[in-house]
Design a protein around this ligand. Structure first.
Ligand code: GDP
Ligand code: CA
Length: 329
């Protein structure tokens, strides 16, 4: 019997990890059994409205990766995409000049927006996408509510709010963040199926995604944190930090804003031990950070040292096996 696995995931790191989860479980049984054993809960705090369409960057990163249509070289969007519509939008002065929308990608956003306008929920929209592209896993948004992340930055001594995507893409996280908020999240509910999946999981894996702006919003949806704390399965986190550095992206700036050092042990401490009001039973950390394993154990979190570079799906699957091993599975 395959373990029932729930993955909490952001976009790029989350999709590489999700490919590893699917590969590891498929190797143990078959694709069909793996598909019914895996639930991925994805961050929707990156979402935005732009030029009249709804974008869900982390959802799409995972959908495109699991469907095998993602651009592996660039790291985001569709393979072989073009930018004719984007060029036309720029000529109109529509949208954001620093935010590129590929033509194929826009097809996704138009389809999604149409379905939302027809009254489908974001959960149901993903279900429609799966009719075209079977994903080999169940994919759920963290919530059906719109809770786009707002970053309050300190700019020339004054505070001002920016949409997360403007801060991340336009300013490359160069404006000092003061706080991250998801307006409306206190009234948001987990998407249908999320709490049941956590309660029914043998293992919950926290992907090596950005702890602040990818995993943070998922944990901020009322009920999800409590469900993890009460989960009968084992909660295993995987470090997004290797050798005291973030692998790619600007997660270090996000961590600094919430007062967490960019180290594997500090991120483990940020999630905390389940025995001490936190979330983790075990933490998978890199060989490069092995010297800090004792610090993690002292927090009440079982440390497991493993290779953490997800250079291809085989490497991601080996990492997932280490995480499942940490859960005794
Ligand atoms: P985003 O939503 O596209 O920003 O992606 P995620 O939040 O899912 O993941 C971003 C994080 O993934 C970064 O902070 C990186 O530290 C981490 N990451 C990327 N590649 C790897 C890898 O190969 N191994 C590990 N352990 N972490 C990675
Ligand atoms: Ca993201």
């Amino acid at each position: 019997m395959l373990p029932r696995v729930v993955v909490l995931a952001g976009g790029v790191g989350g999709s590489k990890f999700s490919l590893g989860v699917r590969a590891a479980l498929t190797r143990r049984a078959d694709a069909e059994a793996a598909a019914s054993a895996i639930t991925i809960v994805v961050n929707t705090g990156d979402d935005l409205w732009l030029s009249g369409v709804r974008l869900q960057p982390d959802v799409d990163s995972i959908v495109y990766a699991l469907a095998g249509v993602n651009d592996t070289e660039r790291g985001w969007g569709r393979a072989g995409d073009s930018e004719r519509v984007n060029h036309e939008l720029q000529e109109w002065g529509a949208g954001w000049p620093w935010f590129t929308l590929g033509d194929l990608d826009l097809g996704t956003h138009l389809a999604r927006t149409g379905w939302l306008r027809d009254g489908l929920t974001p959960t149901e929209v993903i279900g429609r996408m799966e009719q075209r592209w079977p994903l080999g896993a169940r994919l759920l948004p963290m919530t059906d509510a719109e809770v786009d992340t707002v970053v309050t930055v300190s700019d020339a001594g004054a505070e001002r709010p920016l949409h997360f995507q403007e801060w991340w893409t336009r300013y490359r996280a160069s404006l000092t963040p003061v706080r991250f908020e998801n307006p409306g999240i206190a009234a948001a509910a987990p998407a249908p199926g999320v709490l049941d999946a956590i309660a029914g999981a043998d293992v919950v894996l926290i992907a090596p995604s950005n702890p602040v702006v990818s995993i943070g919003p998922i944990l901020a949806v009322p009920g999800i944190r409590d469900a993890l704390r009460a989960a009968p399965g084992t909660v295993v986190g995987v470090s997004p930090i290797i050798g005291g550095r973030i692998v790619r992206g600007m997660a270090d700036v996000c961590l600094a804003a919430i007062g967490v050092e960019t180290s594997s042990a500090a991120v483990a401490g940020h999630y905390g031990a389940r025995t001490a009001d936190g979330l983790l039973d075990a933490w998978v950390m890199a060989e490069e950070d092995a010297a800090a394993a004792g610090d993690v154990d002292r927090l009440g979190i079982r440390s497991v040292v493993a290779p953490l570079w997800m250079r291809d799906t085989g490497a991601s699957a080996a990492l997932v096996e280490a995480a499942l091993g940490a859960a005794g599975r």
